[in-house]
Design a protein. Sequence first.
Length: 212
Amino acid sequence: MHAENINLTYYNIHFSRTLIMKKILYLIAFTVMNAMSVSAQDELKNEVGVFYGYGSASDVLSVFSSMFSAAAGSQSSWFGPIGVEYYHHISPAVAIGGVATYAKCTAEDEKTKKKDLKENYITVMPSVKFNWLRKKGFGMYSSLSAGVMIASISCEDDVKTADPSAKDETLARFMLHVTALGAEFGGDAFRGFVEAGVGEKGIINAGLRYKF
């Protein structure tokens, strides 16, 4: 009987140790899986986006360049700004990156109604974004961008023939954009966004954003 009691006690101890080991392994597995899940969410530190805006700085500049150019045309068609952006989150609240935009204009002579002037605007701006409201599926932010705009203005050949002072020009100018209020909505990876501000992205712009 004494030997049987010893064996039973050993079995109970062994069983208890085995049960404890299994619980520890389950706890470790749960902790690792949970950590991986949190890490996967935290890894969404980069984002790229595309957008289209209305009422950009280049649109205003185009009106004046058409008014004072040798071609003396008036803006007849306008496209843009269309743009791309990239940000890297250095913290949950702050992201740094850049914005690039493109816009173009075609002007025509008021009398002959012929196209006499073409304008292309390419802008590149380093940018910083402040995410001041972060909720699941929704966020609000502001941003500041500053850089350079390259404006390419070209006149048609018949305009140059009629006016010797008419010429093609390429100008570089400082450009700024301030997003006073931006709102994004959607899933963890894909989101739509709308922004209101002033500068080269337009007084209002909207687009899609992908986070990874």
